[in-house]
Design a protein around this ligand. Structure first.
Ligand SMILES: Cc1cc2nc3c(=O)[nH]c(=O)nc-3n(C[C@H](O)[C@H](O)[C@H](O)COP(=O)(O)OP(=O)(O)OC[C@H]3O[C@@H](n4cnc5c(N)ncnc54)[C@H](O)[C@@H]3O)c2cc1C
Length: 416
């Protein structure tokens, strides 16, 4: 495995390129980091899971304190839900162990720059037009350049243009598809001599047309209104967003973007030679910030297999890894979709649609015959465990993408 390509320079591609540099045992390997500078990165993605803290320390060889400061970061101890569920009570989904384990709120563009400093690669600014399997590898074709052959290709080109049922599993049980992003003044102040150690949380505030995230960084605060453009129109969402910011005491904001997004999992994330990662592999709305952690899992599994297993196992390993990754992404999807199952403080068209029309689709959309994996039964097993009067100790560490403790906290909080 001497010639490797990473296509894309967003969060996923940057993580992959730094991971190849760090994990490849042969320093003579050739890594090409390819991206088209005319296609911008998506640039959002400011919440994470705790595994990123250790991962960035390993990839950069910098202390956690330095990494956090370089990222304009704060310490995220969980997600604070406001107005969700039927209990009419706010609650927090903490990382476990509670009040100890933390992730980062981070500036996405700065994270890519930080990772580039730890990457040894030849940088190629070009448009990739095609990636095809050839004997023992893959050929990458470019616009205006000769094609190149690689032993492994990470495809991190972002969202697919259009979903195709032959290639993508649509996560049709998540009710949102659009985000309005605004940037507001910082509410957490930069410390002179070290990282901000104050505990912070991503706020997820239920609103009539969906929900609003609030992510505190040291340089600004990010706000995003997540809604369904087929249910609510942009003008009414913007107007409710204005009302929310005013009530929150935010004096000014910069309108950043309106981003439509698909909720999906690619049916072929990994075929042994080409690995789709990041938004090219799967995406679901950002309620539990599952995108960066998904990219970490995709990159980690593919590199572990390709660097540590003998090549003769490749054809047998690839479908097993692919199925594991699809199942993991779908489990995240089921966990996120389930958050809508008990509605919110609002009895509006959006919340009726989310609760009564969209969430019930999960049983057919994630049925094993439709998705060729057992994500749904894994999810059902977690719900069954929560329904038991006593949970055996050997089950405490069970996971369905996220730990049982996360399911228990959400179930309590939402009143399930
Ligand atoms: C509203 C919203 C909020 C989000 N919040 C979070 C969050 O809190 N936490 C989280 O983990 N994630 C979040 N995400 C997800 C976030 O988008 C991803 O974490 C992350 O940015 C991954 O993007 P990417 O690297 O896969 O793709 P992109 O950032 O889209 O990068 C694609 C790259 O591919 C290159 N490229 C594209 N086509 C070609 C081509 N043909 N040839 C060559 N190069 C090409 C581009 O130049 C670019 O460098 C959020 C997403 C949205 C929409």
């Amino acid at each position: 495995m001497r010639r490797i390509a990473v296509i894309g320079r967003g969060t996923a591609g940057s993580l992959a390129a730094a991971s190849v540099t760090r994990m490849h045992p042969d320093s003579g390997h050739e890594l090409h980091h390819i991206y088209d500078s005319r296609i911008p990165v998506i640039g959002v993605g400011e919440g994470s899971w705790p595994s990123l803290v250790q991962e960035l320390q390993k990839l950069t060889n910098l202390s956690q304190e330095t990494v956090q400061q370089r990222l304009n970061g704060t310490r995220k101890y969980g997600v604070a839900f406001e107005g969700w569920g039927r209990r009419k009570r706010n609650f927090t989904h903490y990382f476990t162990p509670q009040q100890v384990s933390y992730a980062y709120h981070l500036s996405a563009d700065v994270m890519a720059d930080l990772l580039h400093e730890s990457t040894r690669a030849r940088h190629i600014d070009a448009n990739v037009t095609n990636i095809t399997r050839v004997k023992g590898g893959a050929q990458v074709e470019f616009d205006g350049r000769a094609p190149q052959r690689y032993d492994l290709v990470f495809d991190a080109r972002g969202f697919p243009r259009k979903l195709n049922p032959d290639r993508h599993i649509e996560i049709s049980f998540i009710p949102t598809n659009t985000a309005v992003i605004r940037r507001c003044p910082a509410i957490v102040r930069h410390e002179q001599d070290g990282p901000v150690v104050k505990h912070t949380y991503t706020r997820a505030v239920a609103r009539p047309h969906g929900w609003i995230f609030v992510i505190p960084l040291t340089v600004h605060t990010s706000y995003g209104y997540i809604f369904n453009r087929d249910v609510s129109n942009l003008a009414e969402v913007e107007s409710d967003f204005d009302e929310f910011l005013e009530a929150d005491g935010v004096p000014e904001f910069e309108q950043r973007a309106v981003i439509p997004f698909p909720n999906f999992v690619h049916r072929k994330i990994y075929d042994g030679v080409v690995a789709r990662i990041g938004n090219a592999a799967a995406f679901m709305e950002p309620l539990e910030a599952t995108a960066i952690v998904s990219a970490q899992i995709q990159i980690g599994m593919v590199l572990q297999m390709r660097l540590n297993r003998a090549i003769e196992h490749l054809e047998r390993d690839a479908p097993v890894v692919n199925r594991f990754l699809i199942s993991n992404m779908l489990c995240y999807g089921l966990f996120v979709g389930w958050h809508y199952s008990r509605g919110s403080n609002y009895d509006t068209e959006f919340w009726r649609f989310a609760r009564h029309d969209v969430w019930p689709r999960h049983r057919t959309a994630a049925a094993p015959e439709a998705v060729d994996c057992t994500a749904l039964s894994k999810f059902d097993e977690m719900i069954d465990l929560l329904n038991q009067p006593v949970i055996d100790k050997e089950d405490w560490d069970r996971m369905c993408a996220v730990p049982l403790t996360s399911y228990a906290q959400m179930s309590q909080g939402l009143g399930i």
